[in-house]
Ligand binder design. Structure first.
Ligand code: SAM
Length: 274
């Protein structure tokens, strides 16, 4: 990623991009899987980008990480004790789950260099990987889901967009494996992209999950640095999501009102998943 006149831009289409004025480019590396860049931006602090797309910034990562962890936690029918995270090499999701008191968290990230980069530039997030109850595995989450004999109460797919190594994380065969390793009463959730700029991702998530789970529901959150700021997540279970609720103190974004209202979808989003 070449820095032009101290701006980093993520392209949403041929005609639109979001630009961050940056103080410095801190790193740029090509790994076996993807290109990783870290920028020090004026408005959002440090920013991690993979293949030119924003993964997280110091200022707004809390929204994504709370919404991908607290939602499955409150809607799991069993008291969650064991969780699996696929992707999430920045450690943010593992950190939030650890705060929720889970006994065991397994995090499978395909690209060891994402972890190393984050260790240097986002130490507060990656610190979760040093916790006693967190096991970090560098490997393909698709293969892990197919081969592990362990079962989990919460499974979080904290992945990049459905291209390259993450493409298979939206497939029906992947969710067949996920179903086998999800405990009864548990919940699986995936990030499912920007309904406006990546309209196929949410549909792919539904298509992958529906053959294997009785209930599939999408919810949204406001994440300023993701395309359009309007982001979706999709969760699945065999119980009625939304009927039971496990009390949880509010986070910085998440609260009880949001946990219910975030399921209200605009009409154009509903058409993407039907
Ligand atoms: N919050 C982010 C977002 O939605 O933009 C996701 C952040 S996290 C850094 C995404 C991670 O998923 C990347 O580090 C990537 O290497 C990892 N990943 C992609 N495909 C994977 C796979 N098949 N197995 C495990 N990890 C994978």
């Amino acid at each position: 990623m070449k820095l032009i006149e101290n701006w980093f831009s993520e392209r949403y289409s041929d005609n639109l991009q979001l630009s961050f004025r940056v103080k410095d480019q801190l790193l740029s590396v090509r790994t076996d899987f993807q290109r990783i860049d870290v920028f020090d931006t004026y408005d959002f602090g440090k920013l991690l980008s993979i293949d030119g797309t924003v993964q997280l910034t110091e200022r707004d990562e809390f929204v994504y990480h709370e919404m991908i962890t607290m939602m499955p936690f409150v809607y799991s029918k069993v008291k969650p004790e064991k969780a699996l995270i696929i992707g999430g090499g920045d450690g943010g999701a593992a950190g939030e789950l650890a705060k929720l008191g889970l006994k065991r968290i397994v995090n499978v990230e395909i690209d060891g260099q994402v972890i190393e980069v984050c260790r240097k530039h986002f130490p507060d997030l990656v610190r979760s990987f040093t916790l006693e109850n967190v096991e970090l595995i560098v490997g393909d989450g698709i293969k892990y889901a197919r081969t592990t004999e362990e079962k989990f109460d919460i499974i979080i797919v904290d992945s990049t967009d459905p291209v390259g190594p993450a493409e298979g994380l939206f497939n029906e065969s992947f969710y067949k494996d996920i179903k086998k390793i999800l405990n009864t009463g548990g919940v699986v959730v995936t990030q499912s992209g920007s309904p406006f700029y990546q309209p196929t991702a949410i549909g792919l998530a539904h298509k992958g999950m529906k053959p294997h789970f009785a209930k599939v529901k999408s919810y949204t959150a406001f994440i300023p640095t993701y395309p359009s700021g309007f982001w979706s997540f999709t969760m699945a279970s065999d119980h009625d999501i939304g009927k039971s609720y496990r009390e949880l103190p509010a986070g910085k974004y998440f609260n009880k009102e949001i946990s219910a209202s975030c399921f209200s979808l605009p009409e154009f989003v509903k058409t993407l998943i039907t």
